[in-house]
Ligand binder design. Structure first.
Ligand code: UFG
Length: 346
């Protein structure tokens, strides 16, 4: 029998790629999503890639009753991968309470249902933001956890604490995966990131500028203590990230976890500056990008990249896709978005 894995936020960017990898690894994913920040058409993309249309339920997990009602109908579940959350850093500064309300309540209601129904395994979508600016690079899981610079980031830190406390008390096992900077898209260009409005993140800003939707990219600061003065990040291909989730849930379902709560960094271990990403994109696509240097963006750390040795040694996982693959798949996806979503994005 195929293991049934509940994927919250499964029509989102990382969620949808993980659903594809789960199906291809022989799992039966069941998606719940509120569709507040994603689209039902994502299921078409998943079906096109895998030949399977996963079960989908429109559920808002931050509403306790909806969560309870959903779990009453769902039957046996072997594990949960929890992506569903608000994720825009800037928006979280303007609306901190809705970020805490959404991201924390949904986690709590989800865990309550899991405990009540004897569902023992959860993989949580966390972020390198819990390290803020670490003292040492590359940053390992042993580094001190610091207050993140945004309410969004803080919801990740608090969520990890909630999970750790819950695991200590209840018959639960959990893995938190701390992502660095996910970019790229599925090589089929059938699924990818779908930012609403003006993108906050670098990669969709680059692809939209190349497409002519944005006039120019502003590089936020070139006076950081980095090789070319622009910020350094550890960009990781979303397909590599998705594969790590399959390994993590497999580890829990087959009870191979060493402790009840484990944490892994997911990055490539290599940092790139903003200008290096822009130039990689230009090289791979032959498109000259219009960019200018602007002031620093508040809340940005100068540099962060992962020590990924724990994930490699323990999970046997390694990021395989390089920056060229990341930028080219992002671009193919951007070129295809309007074929799939048409007027939604005009
Ligand atoms: N950048 C620009 N111009 C832009 C957009 C971004 O120069 O238009 C720069 C940023 O200053 C930063 C780099 O590109 O140096 C990457 O920025 P992103 O916004 O793409 O990503 P962040 O590193 O800011 O954010 C990521 C995740 C968040 C997480 C945060 C924690 O997207 O979820 O790391 O550090 F909270």
């Amino acid at each position: 029998m195929k293991a049934r894995i509940l994927v919250t936020g499964g029509t989102g960017y990382i969620g949808s790629h993980t659903v594809v990898e789960l199906i291809q690894a022989g799992y039966e994913p069941i998606i719940v999503d509120s569709l507040e920040n994603s689209y039902l058409q994502v299921l078409d993309g998943i079906e096109k890639i895998t030949g399977i249309r996963p079960e989908f339920h429109k559920v808002n997990l931050r509403i306790k009753k909806e969560t309870e009602d959903f779990f009453n109908t769902i039957g046996n579940i072997d594990g949960v991968i929890h992506f569903a959350a608000f994720k825009a850093v800037g928006e979280s500064v303007s609306h901190p309470l809705s970020y805490y309300e959404n991201n924390l309540n949904s986690l709590i209601y989800l865990i309550q249902e899991m405990v009540q129904r004897g569902i023992k395994n959860i993989v949580f979508s966390s972020s390198c933001t819990v390290y803020a600016q670490p003292d040492q690079l590359p940053v390992s899981e042993q580094a001190e956890i610091r207050k993140p610079y945004s309410p969004y980031g803080n919801t990740k830190k608090i969520s990890e604490e909630i999970i750790e406390d819950a695991v200590n008390t209840y018959p639960l096992n959990a893995i938190s995966l701390r992502y660095f900077n996910p970019i790229g898209a599925h090589p089929s260009a059938c699924i990818g990131e779908l930012p609403q409005g003006i993108p906050n993140n670098l990669m969709p800003y680059i692809t939209q500028t190349a497409k002519g939707i944005r006039k120019k990219i502003t590089v936020f600061g070139n006076d950081y203590p980095t090789p070319d003065g622009t910020c350094v990040r550890d960009y990781i291909h979303v397909v590599d990230l998705a594969k790590a989730h399959v390994i993590a849930i497999e580890r829990l379902v087959s009870q191979k976890n060493a402790t009840k709560y484990e944490v892994f960094n997911l990055g490539t271990g290599r940092g790139y500056t903003v200008l290096e990403v822009i130039h990689a994109f230009e090289r791979q696509t032959g498109i000259k990008l219009n960019y200018e240097i602007g002031p620093r963006r508040s809340g940005d750390v100068a540099a962060i990249y992962a020590d990924t040795s724990f994930a490699t040694n323990v999970l046997g996982w390694v990021a395989e896709r390089d920056i060229d693959n990341m930028v080219i798949t992002s671009w193919r996806w951007e070129e295809n978005i309007r074929n799939i979503y048409g007027s939604l994005f005009n």
